[in-house]
Design a protein around this ligand. Structure first.
Ligand SMILES: [Zn+2]
Length: 295
């Protein structure tokens, strides 16, 4: 078996173990068709099954499929002897005059109540496409088949995959509940005792994250206020822009980004100075004049 495939199968079996409770020895329902195909390709089926599944296998055959072997048209005695060594899965169809088809029989064995669950955790090794197609609709049925003398396992069917995801989500939710319940109550109490304001916050959200945010809160405003201070300088810029329009037009805006910032920083001072100097000078002269004229 190729290494890549072996790794994929190991992962797949792990998922079946985790989500559907599969355990060694794996109970494998072997149908008459795959037995005949294995014989044709000279495959030691049980040995190959153990390689594919990566563990001990308990081969099983239903009464109906055993009867199929007896009824096969060249009758294969060695195959019958081989199948007789497997555990017989009594399917309660033995009293029927004719055995049920593999599809009918295995469907009733794997999922007797038609509840779309593989209650007894059977692996199904079947070379009848209709059987595998039906088994894909039942959650958690590993499917094995032979093609071109290679024993293969199907990837997880949609029904199994959906069931798996549902169970993982519910487990995840349960885990969260388990973690929340003990700690949350205490911390809410503490918050309520410490500060009366926390009641409103505690009601809206969980105690833990809200408290952490609250503790960080006082530290928060400082960086925020710093950012706002940066924003204020561009807000003050329009006044300078009116002044520095000539300079901005002369220089491309991209290269002048830092320059304009510097200009803006120095801009207001200059303007103030100019205003002051002009106004001071005017006032001074005016005052001087007034003073001069007054006496
Ligand atoms: Zn049967």
């Amino acid at each position: 078996m190729k290494l890549k495939r072996a790794k994929a199968y190991k992962k797949l079996l792990h998922q079946y173990e985790l989500n559907f409770g599969f355990r060694e020895p794996y109970q494998v329902l072997i149908d008459s068709q795959i037995l005949q195909d294995a014989y044709k390709f000279k495959i030691d089926l049980v040995a190959r099954l153990e390689k594919v599944l990566g563990g001990k296998v308990k081969p099983m055959i239903t009464t109906c499929d055993m009867r199929h072997l007896y009824a096969a048209k060249p009758k294969n005695e060695t195959l019958i002897l081989q199948a007789k060594e497997y555990e017989r899965r009594r399917c309660n169809h033995q009293d029927l005059e004719e055995p049920l088809s593999t599809l009918e029989c295995l469907s009733s064995v794997v999922d007797p109540k038609d509840s779309k669950t593989n209650k007894h955790r059977y692996v199904v090794a079947s070379n009848e496409p209709s059987v595998r197609a039906h088994m894909r609709s039942i959650a958690g049925v590993p499917l094995i088949y032979i093609t071109k003398s290679v024993v293969l396992m199907e990837p997880m069917a949609n029904a199994s995959e959906e069931q798996r995801e549902r169970e993982e989500k519910s487990k995840f939710k349960q885990g969260l509940k388990g973690q929340r319940n003990p700690g949350a109550g205490e911390k809410r109490k503490r918050n309520d005792e410490e500060e009366g304001q926390s009641i409103a916050d505690g009601a809206t959200g969980d105690a833990r994250p809200s408290k952490q945010k609250r503790q960080k809160g006082p530290k928060g405003p400082n960086p925020l206020s710093v950012k706002k201070a940066k924003k204020e300088t561009p807000a003050a810029s329009p006044a300078k822009k009116a002044k520095s329009t000539i300079a901005d037009e002369a220089q491309p805006s991209t290269t002048a980004a830092t320059d304009t910032a510097d200009a803006e920083a120095s801009g207001p001072r200059k303007r103030k100075r100019k205003h002051k100097s002009k106004s001071d000078g005017a006032n001074a002269t005016g005052d001087d004049d007034g003073e001069v004229t007054a006496p």
